[in-house]
Design a protein around this ligand. Structure first.
Ligand code: SF4
Ligand code: SF4
Length: 135
């Protein structure tokens, strides 16, 4: 079992793929997506991405990422920020942030509290504060 599955397993609810913006893509994300789709980069940019003030994001359709259709349709080629979510260093900042994200993400273990979560995620990310248990 992957270590994070002790406290997180994506339920593919799609909540984090909704909204009027998406995560931003860095050059490696664009390369990965282009390779996954097997299309010329110009076509990928035209069909699926938007660039605003130098920031590349995925287009939005019907209030969600253009690649969302009852789950991520480009899962192996998704941006690193999508792959990391919600196990992000910002979750270590404070309890309020943790509670807000836990409230919106059913993939996080329902019974887990901030202190335990902090220790587990810090261990996973190799950061200070790794005091919690790991499987
Ligand atoms: S909100 Fe959480 S459970 Fe739902 S798709 Fe996103 S990561 Fe998965
Ligand atoms: S690329 Fe996939 S995981 Fe990322 S926002 Fe779009 S549908 Fe969701």
């Amino acid at each position: 079992m992957e270590p994070e599955k002790i406290f997180f397993e994506c339920q593919r609810c799609g909540y984090c793929c909704q909204g009027q913006t998406t995560v931003s893509l860095d050059p490696a994300d664009v390369d990965r997506l282009v390779a996954h789709l097997g299309m010329p980069v110009a076509e990928v940019m035209e069909k699926y991405l938007r660039c605003t003030k130098g920031v590349i994001q995925m287009k939005i359709t019907n209030g969600h990422c253009i690649f969302y259709d009852q789950g991520c349709t480009v899962h192996p080629g998704r941006p690193w920020r999508c792959a990391q979510w919600p196990l992000h260093p910002s979750m270590l900042i404070d309890q309020a942030n943790f509670l807000a994200i836990k409230g919106s993400c059913p993939g996080l273990a329902r019974g887990i509290g901030y202190e335990e979560f902090h220790g587990l995620l810090a261990a996973l990310l190799g950061q200070p504060g790794a005091v919690g248990k790991r499987g």
